[in-house]
Design a protein. Structure first.
Length: 91
């Protein structure tokens, strides 16, 4: 809730905008981006270790977020980890 000082009341949060052609509410993006530093912490590896995992072990490559920033798609990383756990359990 947002407080409106002009009226002294609380305003409810704004709803997602509507699609102009269908009148349906727009859905919010479901992709979550993990920054390399957070992924390094999650996997307990160094920056070099993370790059090696992308190059040699099939970790999905990061996406370019800006001229000097990268991020990993969380769903892709989760799928990769799930596949690694399944391979471990099958062995």
């Amino acid at each position: 809730m947002n407080f409106n000082p002009a009226t002294g009341t609380a305003n409810p949060p704004a709803a997602a905008p509507f699609e102009p052609t269908t009148g349906k509410r727009r859905s919010r993006p479901t992709s979550i981006i993990i920054r390399p530093r957070d992924l390094m912490s999650l996997l307990s590896v160094s920056r070099h270790g993370l790059a090696r995992m992308v190059a040699d072990e099939g970790l999905p490559a990061p996406i370019q977020l800006g001229p000097r920033s990268l991020g990993f798609v969380k769903a892709e990383v989760d799928a990769w980890l799930t596949a690694r756990m399944a391979a471990r359990d099958a062995a």
